[in-house]
Ligand binder design. Structure first.
Ligand code: GDP
Ligand code: IMO
Ligand code: MG
Length: 427
């Protein structure tokens, strides 16, 4: 019963899409378990580049069944346009399975996301504006709409009525917006029902049966550990659990089934949206990381904030996820620096702190304590084995491994499928 979780160890955009796609050819199922189309996962196959938002990256591997689990929030228009976009490029998407229990991002959830952010002004989270937070809020508040509701018009109407009851008051009285008509929403949602019907299934049953039959299941996280609603830099987080436990609740698979948890770790750090980021750079080094690393959001096109590697965060990710391995990505981007600073601890109010402080105030005050590691100039993009890397690049990887608390089992040296050094096999 080999079930693997692959998740972001930092603030997202670590290269999860590439890593998932790489394993996709050897696994039977790839499952998204949380988040929605706030994610932007890039996969490069040969000269083709794909940007996936809602579909699991396994969709590009013909032998693999892609699954959208119950923990995901689904915008039907985005899902259908992503499917047709892939079909136009010759990708077979017919195997997709969509949980009937997944919640739907309705048009009013998208509206609420946007108006709330505007209302927050300079205190805004910097969300992707895709309706993620309000949809999860409705789910927890028990006024959410699920995929299965599209197949019972009467229930759907009652649920949309319940959801809009309070929201329309807020929209009209607080945000000075027009009320949203129940009929219009119901009509729009019902129009998706037939188109989604071929994919809707009992994904919990399918996945558990697959595991009993010794099939290999890979869970692909969206976002990252520090964006987790419980374990991230709250309130500057997303509204779901990208951490390993989220794979269990978001797919209906028990923790005893998970055999490996792989943290995707960028060789430096990036973040999109607001919130604390101790190693953030505001100088030409930050600009160079952004330029060389192509650090621009796949979903919103926003420039990503860039900074040096933060080992405190990596250690934290190891702990809260029970990581068994790291997949280190974008090592090639660091080529050309004479020395590379790595944050080994924080200084908070004059004291050295080795672990991530639980207090938000302390984290906001954290200043990075850097250790300088020697850089390299050789092109590493063609390296196929660890031994092919220049000595200083090897030492950088070894130092990160020691500081981060789990073995680095693969190294990305370029965006392509084959631009990867495998050290320990994942399967
Ligand atoms: P995700 O959200 O975690 O899937 O990551 P994104 O796709 O948002 O951002 C990662 C970016 O880095 C994408 O443009 C990838 O094609 C690219 N990428 C992934 N791994 C590597 C690598 O090892 N080297 C380089 N240069 N680029 C990489
Ligand atoms: P992938 O899967 C990076 C960030 C947003 C914002 C916060 C909340 O590509 O790594 P939300 O719309 O989720 O309510 O926004 O979370 N965020 C991401 N940052 N990568 C992502 O996904 C993200 N998904 C959400 O920028 O700060
Ligand atoms: Mg991304």
């Amino acid at each position: 019963m080999p079930a693997l979780v692959l998740l972001g160890a930092q603030w997202g955009d670590e290269g999860k899409g590439k890593a998932t796609d790489l394993l996709g050819g050897s696994v039977d199922y790839v499952v998204r378990y949380q988040g929605g189309n706030n994610a932007g996962h890039t996969v490069v196959v040969g000269d083709q580049k794909y940007a996936l938002h809602l579909l699991p990256s396994g969709i590009l591997s013909p032998g693999c069944t892609p699954v959208i689990g119950n923990g995901v929030v689904v915008d039907p228009s985005v899902l259908l346009s992503e499917l047709s976009g892939l079909n136009e490029r010759g990708v077979d998407t017919s195997k997709l399975l969509l949980s009937g229990n997944a919640h739907i991002i309705t048009p009013y959830n998208v509206t609420m996301d946007k108006v709330t952010e505007r209302f927050l002004g300079k205190r805004k989270i910097g969300t992707t504006g895709r309706g993620i937070g309000p949809t999860y809020a409705d789910k927890i508040n028990r006024v959410g709409i699920r995929v299965q509701d599209l197949y019972d018009e009467s229930i759907l109407t009652q649920k949309v009525e319940a959801a809009l009851d309070v929201k329309n008051q807020v929209l009209t009285k607080l945000f000075n917006r027009r009320a949203i008509a129940v009929d219009q929403v119901v009509e729009e949602l019902l129009a998706y029902a037939d188109k989604l019907a071929p994919y809707v299934s009992d994904t919990v049953l399918v996945l558990n049966q697959a595991l009993e039959e010794d099939k290999v299941v890979l869970f692909e996280g969206g976002q990252g550990t520090l964006l987790d609603i419980d374990h991230g830099t709250y309130p500057f987080v997303t509204s779901s659990n990208p951490t390993a436990g989220g794979a269990c609740t978001g797919a209906g698979v028990g923790p005893t089934k998970i055999s490996r948890v792989i943290g995707i770790l960028k060789a430096y750090t990036t973040r999109v949206g607001a919130g604390p980021f101790p190693t953030e750079l505001f100088d030409e080094d930050g600009e160079a990381l952004r330029r060389i690393g192509g650090e621009r959001g796949v979903t919103t096109g926003r420039d990503r904030r860039c900074g040096w590697f933060d080992a405190v965060i990596a250690r934290y990710a190891t702990r809260v996820n029970g990581l068994t391995d790291f997949f280190l990505t974008k090592l090639d981007v660091l080529t050309g620096w004479e020395q590379i600073p790595v944050c080994v601890a924080y200084e908070i109010d004059g004291k050295r702190v080795e672990e991530l402080p639980y207090s938000q105030t302390d984290f906001h005050h954290a200043k990075p304590v850097y250790e300088m590691l020697p850089g390299w100039n050789e092109d590493i993009s063609k390296a196929k084995s660890f031994g092919d890397l220049p000595k200083n690049a090897q030492a950088y990887v070894k130092a990160l491994e020691e500081m981060s608390g789990a073995p680095i089992s693969a190294i990305g040296v370029g965006p392509g499928r084959d631009e990867t050094i495998e050290i320990n096999s994942f399967l």
